[in-house]
Design a binder for this molecule. Structure first.
Ligand code: ADP
Length: 474
């Protein structure tokens, strides 16, 4: 089977969130199952030089974007059994950030068109094109609208986050996409008077997947459906929820070279070394008895930061240290920085994106807080579990599918959770977790339960592979 992955970010080349982790890990797993995987992504200026040096220019094309023909270099790099093709155009992708530019519609129209124009130049024509999130949403749509001779190629589209949809004024239809009014209908591209990249994919992909079974159900309801729940209900038969895994060559406390002391479930005292090193490095009181709770996250409303803010002083009334690593909305960055000034002994807020620090926080913390309003899958809690750092989460999306609340009577569970998006429910759940933290035997059992479960990609990669095989055979 030949599968072409189309994605806007991918580990180890560039990452802003969980999407890149998935794009980095899943193709490697699929390759191990015998599937030929090629990954296509933009060649951002921000990709480290050590990778750029290895890329080999394979082909130059000129891609039609509205009335212009734009340069498109296809640069190839092979790694871990996967072929990566980088779509090069310095004007579009040599910027100081990946997203949020005034011309994102044009940048990603170019990228989608380039992917399709590149097909004849691949080693083999793909059986499946698997696209991810709105940036790639026009690939399945344009393929069906403009390229009848590719009708045998099946398309899969994965929703990693339905909130980001790529909605742009109607004019892009002619000015960028080279489509006419025929496509501007409610059953096609039109979305409340605009054009939506996300909707383009949802109406045209042969299969739609999302990254957890619970999120699959949630997005068919208005509260989580981002105004696309009706369409998703109509496509219910083609919608599948497959949970993400984590790459255990990157996130694994027994092999992690970023952390002070490697450890496993059999040597948990070594985890304490990571805790005290973390406290030391961040200038917190070094005391292995004080519970350390952390958050590593984009600082946005989605992640439940309103709840944290609402009961912040109540949380701080406990004997606890809080570490926050993240960046995003200024209101939250400023809030946590201000709280650090108010509670200099108890809080560290590091604004920015720092992979190495993230590893030391996962390894050195006791609790990991993730009270998300919605969470398609969530990788933070999976990484935390793998490191024996106990998650406190809201029961939504993938958090609901991966964190089993501790049951003190049956001695089961790998974390703590609450149902409603309510600050005091979160507070009480944190307090409950802190209570069990004091009971050494119970806490040890929860950590063992957390670390002993399988969070790898093996099972889910198998399900994706089966999905591709089924599509090809229909
Ligand atoms: P999302 O994709 O919605 O941002 P996920 O939980 O699915 O959230 O994935 C987030 C990924 O990004 C995790 O691997 C997490 O460790 C990482 N991450 C988030 N913020 C930071 C940060 N500030 N520094 C380093 N890694 C981060």
């Amino acid at each position: 089977m030949n599968v072409l992955f189309v994605v806007s970010e991918c580990v180890p080349f560039i990452k802003t969130g969980g999407l890149a982790d998935v794009a980095g890990a899943l193709p490697k797993e699929l390759a191990q199952l015998g599937t030929n995987v090629t990954v296509m992504m933009p060649k951002y200026g921000l990709i480290p030089e050590k990778f750029k040096e290895k890329m080999v220019l394979k082909k130059v094309l000129y891609v039609q974007v509205g009335w212009r023909r734009q340069y498109c270099g296809l640069e190839v790099l092979e790694q871990d059994g996967v072929q990566y093709i980088f779509v090069d155009n310095e004007y579009y992708f040599n910027r100081d950030s990946l997203y949020g530019h005034y011309d994102d519609a044009e940048r990603f129209t170019f990228f989608c068109r380039a992917v399709i124009d590149a097909l004849p130049h691949l080693d083999q024509l793909p059986d499946i094109i698997h696209c991810h999130d709105w940036h790639t949403g026009m690939v399945p749509f344009l393929l069906r609208a403009d390229y009848a001779y590719y009708s045998s190629i099946q398309t899969v589209f994965t929703i990693h986050n339905l909130q980001f949809q790529g909605i742009f004024p109607k004019g892009i239809l002619y000015e960028l996409l080279n489509l006419d009014d025929y496509y501007f209908t409610t059953s096609q591209l039109e979305f409340y008077g605009n054009v939506s990249f996300m909707k383009a994919a949802l109406v045209s992909a042969d299969k739609i997947t999302t990254v957890s079974p619970t999120y699959k159900d949630e997005i068919q309801m208005p509260y989580y459906g981002e105004q696309l729940d009706g369409l998703l209900r109509r496509r219910n038969q083609d919608l599948v929820g497959i949970i993400n895994g984590i790459d255990d060559t990157i996130y694994n406390p027994t092999e992690d070279t970023y952390i002070a002391q490697k450890y496993s479930v059999k040597s948990l005292t070594k985890k304490t070394v990571n805790k005290t090193e973390l406290q030391k490095s961040l200038g917190l009181n070094v005391d292995e008895k004080i519970p350390v709770m952390s958050m590593i996250t984009r600082l946005t409303k989605q992640k439940g930061l309103d709840l944290v803010r609402h009961v912040f002083h109540e949380i701080m009334s406990h004997d606890i240290q809080l570490i926050i690593l993240g960046s995003g909305e200024k209101e939250f960055e400023h809030f946590f920085q201000e709280m650090e000034r108010q509670y200099p002994e108890k809080i560290r807020c590091v604004v920015g994106f720092n992979e190495e620090l993230a590893h030391t926080i996962y390894a050195g913390s006791d609790l990991f807080l993730m009270p998300s309003q919605f969470e398609p899958c969530g990788l933070g809690q999976l990484i935390a579990l793998k490191y024996g750092t106990i998650p406190v989460v809201r029961e939504t999306g993938g958090l609901n599918d991966t964190v089993e609340p501790y049951n003190e009577y049956e001695k089961t569970g790998n974390g703590f959770s609450f149902t409603n998006f309510n600050a005091h429910d979160m507070l009480h759940t944190i307090e409950r977790a802190l209570m069990f933290y004091q009971k050494e035997d119970a806490w040890q059992a929860i950590i063992e339960e957390a670390m002993n479960r399988d969070y790898t990609w093996a099972k889910s990669a198998f399900i994706y592979n089966q999905l591709y095989a089924d599509l090809i055979s229909t």
